[in-house]
Design a protein around this ligand. Structure first.
Ligand code: HEC
Length: 157
């Protein structure tokens, strides 16, 4: 995995350079209101809060209050995601703010821990793959506990 990282980073850069022009244009228009931004990330991709996706997580519910300790542990690992994701802006992958308004917690966690299978089998992930020009989300290497922490961190975006 260590050796792969530079390759992924370079690939990420190449893709992001290719996409920059469009992104900027969208960014300016889309930054005005939240609803417009949401529409952008959901474009052509189903919103489904009942789908848990494919992987080890099923029926996950969050406590009402954010678990700050868990969120901090997730944040500490978020660097690995920032090559492709930002909170508010579409990059190589979708903006992650408000993710739980369109996906279930288990779906998000399965996407983080099991993207290869998700991209092959899950209808939402397949639609995302198309929407994001076949950019493949790489496996995070996080274990189940770390994935749960990441899911908690995403609540804070
Ligand atoms: C190499 C780029 C890359 C990396 C690194 C990456 N992702 Fe992704 N991610 C994507 C892409 C691209 C998609 C859209 C599906 C596709 O095309 O693979 C995606 C989709 C997602 C989704 C679904 C978003 C939605 O709108 O439904 C979540 C959640 C997500 N990623 C979280 C993460 C987290 C958390 C990390 C870090 C642990 C991470 N990703 C690392 C590229 C990446």
């Amino acid at each position: 995995m260590k050796k792969l990282l530079p390759v992924i980073a370079i690939a990420a850069l190449l893709v992001s350079c290719g996409e920059k022009k469009e992104d900027k244009k969208d960014g300016f228009e889309m930054n005005r209101t939240k609803t417009e931004k949401k529409a952008e990330t959901a474009e052509g991709v189903p919103v489904d809060l009942d789908n848990d996706g494919v992987g080890p997580f099923k029926n996950v519910t969050f406590d009402e209050a954010i678990n700050q300790e868990m969120a901090a542990a997730g944040e500490a690992k978020f660097n690995a995601c920032m090559a492709c994701h930002a909170a508010e802006q579409r990059m190589i992958g979708p903006a992650l703010k408000g993710i739980y308004e369109r996906r279930s917690p288990a779906w998000v966690m399965n996407m983080i821990i099991n993207p290869n299978e998700m991209l092959k089998k899950d209808p939402i992930a397949k639609a995302l793959l198309k929407e994001y020009n076949n950019a493949i989300m790489t496996p995070s290497g996080l274990n189940e506990e770390e994935t749960r922490a990441m899911a908690e961190y995403l609540r804070t975006l």
